[in-house]
Design a protein around this ligand. Sequence first.
Ligand code: CNA
Length: 270
Amino acid sequence: MDAKLKELATLIKGRDAKVIFFVGAGISTNCGIPDFRSPKTGLYSNLQKLNLPFPEAVFDINYFKKNPKAFYTLAEEMYPGKYLPSKFHYFIRLCQEKNILKRCYTQNIDALERVAGVHEDFIVEAHGSFAKVHCIKCGTEMDSVTWKKLMKKGIPRCQKCDSYVKPDIVFFGEPLPAKFFELWEKDRKDDFTVAIVAGTSLEVYPFAVLPAEISSRTTRVLMNREICADFEDCPRKSDLVMLADCDHTITKLVDLLGWHDDLEKLIQEG
Ligand code: CNA
């Protein structure tokens, strides 16, 4: 691991370095937000109380149309504002401050990249966010203040047609935002210094294929508790696989980069 970290630090310190991130729920577990699939602590193993027919139903659009309660129970838990970013989120911000950040593709809906101060031009929220709320039938937008107020009283309904409303989080069975496809069409043709894949089981498509589509001239890095997807099935000789807590890995990396104080300053400033 140490040799790999040194190699990564050298790449990041190199001339005109550019870093691109592909992240998932694992970068937010240290913030107190459970991921989906970690055994015992993951959301899927804790969803019994919602009486779901299958765990993914909580984010299934057809299930939601009939029974929105499960999603709303979870939405209250995960609504942005309750949690603070992790070291990893602040490392993404630090890359922005050092002018080496190219993009951050995130599957997360917690918006913690934004909270950490990463500019929205760099962020692709592949599975949407809580930022906007729409009626699932007539498409009318509901402002988030009204939505939050209504949520306190029960399941919010459209004030125009009385159907259910939901935030623009991508459910199973719904298309990903156009921004995801537009930017990936450009980014996939580019060479980067490193692509850091972190905190994801890479089980949700189409996001899961992105690491396989990264240019062969870009060094891929996996910072995860477990090996997954293309890193396991089609490993590249240049891959740097670091199986550990991603905040732990980042702590060591910033020390090697000499950026420890810069990162702490960002965290202190919040
Ligand atoms: P997942 O399938 O739950 O996988 C998480 C991965 O992260 C697993 O491989 C874990 O081993 C690993 N992991 C967990 N904690 C750490 C850690 N501290 N350090 C390193 N690795 C860790 O989650 P994915 O993101 O891959 O699945 C995609 C889903 C999850 C998306 O649709 C998200 O919307 C959804 N999700 C998001 C959040 C959030 O916004 N924070 C939370 C839960 C689920």
